[in-house]
Ligand binder design. Sequence first.
Ligand SMILES: Cc1cc2nc3c(=O)[nH]c(=O)nc-3n(C[C@H](O)[C@H](O)[C@H](O)COP(=O)(O)OP(=O)(O)OC[C@H]3O[C@@H](n4cnc5c(N)ncnc54)[C@H](O)[C@@H]3O)c2cc1C
Length: 383
Amino acid sequence: MQAFRFDAPPLPPEASEACERVRAFLATECGGGRYVPHRCSWSTFDPEFSRRAGAAGFIGVTWPREVGGQAQSSLVRFVITREMLAAGAPCGAHWIADRQSGPQILRHGSERARREILPRVCRGECFFGIGMSEPDSGSDLAAVRTRARRHGEGWLIDGSKIWTSQAHRVHYLIVLARTGEAGEDRHGGLTQFIVDLSASGVTVRPIHNLSGGHEFNEVFFREYYVPDDMRLGDEGAGWAMVTGELAFERSGPDRFLSDYRLLVELIDTIGPEPDARQAAEIGRLVSHLAALLRMSTSVAALLDEGRSPNTEAALVKDVGTAFEREVPEIARLLLPLQPSLDDHAQRLPETLAHVVLHAPSFTIRGGTREILRGIIARGLGLR
Ligand SMILES: Cc1cc2nc3c(=O)[nH]c(=O)nc-3n(C[C@H](O)[C@H](O)[C@H](O)COP(=O)(O)OP(=O)(O)OC[C@H]3O[C@@H](n4cnc5c(N)ncnc54)[C@H](O)[C@@H]3O)c2cc1C
């Protein structure tokens, strides 16, 4: 049986420097009233904030300088994202491009895609969404039915995607499509493409979530033309790329800090003299959070070493999102709270209502707990 690799290294001096820099940036932003700390930091879309974060060098931190990045380590990026989330900064516009689409383009994109797209991402001017899920292929991603067929110098895409977050606001999606025979394990014949949402042949329709908000969508492709240099990697190599991408998607602090502001407000409301139960529960949550931070730091270090920490990333997401689901439950146990979206006089009931309405999605988006546990079991050699 293989062991997990969670040997969190000490943070290097440049990570501490980055921490100070990003804290100063966020203090100026928040202090200057440019944003109000938000309950769902990384799903709050604010292009102007992203532009300022890009100008300050906080996007594409690990990418080479020639594409506009900072050539820093994943540990430096980890610290920057942790601080952004903890401060409730509205990072949603650039989040997906910075976390996973950009790294995919860097590794597998054509020269044109790297040259034309990545510097704009780093400047906080170009945003991405994920086009993986389809009506009958969420957990079973290998079942995708969207097809791409060769056409002249490029490809024509037909099919549809669902739950596509921010497709109505971003510039591009990375779309997983079937381009050839699936093979016995169904992992063959899949290819990823960079899809420009401003081109013709693509339609975006809203789906409203539990709170009535418009965050995700259905996306339809009808003879959508994509040039061959907007293909990612080799034809048919999409499965390995998608599974590699999920290590970036699943391991970061966004998988356990989604409702961090609720925890902060809970602690502030309880104040410096908690009763015995409040002290015990808050102590448990905070120590749990410290363990998650360590685990996530370890994954950042493994990425720096060029390893593929898929199993560890799945564990961070499984344990991390379970933690996120627990925070509102504990809040309700510790205080006589009535969640209310209309109670603007008191911050905590409003934050709680918002989190309660979004919490079911924490353990679904990016892969459900059952799927993650299957990956963990396989990684440990148990299945
Ligand atoms: C807020 C939010 C944002 C999202 N954003 C995006 C996005 O931007 N882009 C994108 O592509 N997708 C996105 N998704 C979709 C998400 O990735 C899928 O919802 C998720 O992968 C589950 O797929 P499904 O909804 O089809 O559920 P299903 O796969 O139908 O699963 C239903 C239930 O069955 C269980 N199950 C399924 N298969 C197995 C199995 N083999 N063993 C045990 N249990 C199993 C699941 O765990 C789950 O409980 C988003 C989802 C949410 C909630």
